[in-house]
Design a protein around this ligand. Sequence first.
Ligand SMILES: Nc1ncnc2c1ncn2[C@@H]1O[C@H](COP(=O)(O)OP(=O)(O)OP(=O)(O)O)[C@@H](O)[C@H]1O
Ligand SMILES: [Mg+2]
Length: 261
Amino acid sequence: MKTPLQLIQTGSAAGTKQPALAIDRLSKVFHMEDGYLNVLQDICLTISEGELVCISGPSGCGKTTLLKLIAGFMKPGGGTIRIKGRTVTRPGPDRCVVFQEDALFPWLTVAENIAFGVRQFMGRRQLNNEVDRYLEMVGLGSFGKYLPREISGGMKQRVALARVLILQPQVLLMDEPFGALDAQTREEMQNLLLSLWEKLSHTIIFITHDLSEAVTLADRIIIMTRNPGRIQADITVPLPRPRKKESDAFHRFYRELRSRL
Ligand SMILES: Nc1ncnc2c1ncn2[C@@H]1O[C@H](COP(=O)(O)OP(=O)(O)OP(=O)(O)O)[C@@H](O)[C@H]1O
Ligand SMILES: [Mg+2]
């Protein structure tokens, strides 16, 4: 039999929603032969489930380093990173990364690339169905048999996206994934990402140099400064969705953001 206090505690714990990502006083130092580089200092950041957050800032401010720490590819110097309350100590299936130049396996077809991470968990029929589903989802329905060298840069990034989405990660980490694409393909990929995000409700952390891309995509924009890398601003984007790049409201907010930075 529970006492009233236990009942209250149980109730409040059950009602508390863990943030998708909680970073607390994170720091990272790189040691080199001739000294050290204080690359990240005192980073605190909380991201709710289903949020799409863009991180921007000058080259060298530590954006990729921050992403690699969240991914568990390297260890922090100090502070903690928690995904849904669990401290990150190594890479895990709850986090997936898409980089700018995604290295697809060149000897595998598009479908085999997408299947790669899940192939040992499914029978052949289920695997084929799942791969077809994700091929359709990223608009590559009829390209499953192509090799990476036979498709365009934008299509490769679609494969890269399908390859991580099929793993159903809680947090999707994207490091300038559309940075190498031409303007039109980039816009198509932004629209694709937004439609997938609306459908699948992932938490997304998206690094971009391009403020206009950040305003197009983000619920919140985190701006970092360098030497040492810190968070300078955490700005909620007040524009309703879908956002029109040509609209006055978009331009006004973009200009305001630029002038603040
Ligand atoms: N493994 C490493 N060892 C030593 N220094 C590193 C290492 N990785 C990154 N750095 C340095 O840390 C700083 C931050 O690098 P990082 O790649 O995180 O920056 P970034 O913000 O992603 O830059 P960009 O916008 O150019 O991609 C840079 O000065 C870089 O040279
Ligand atoms: Mg980088």
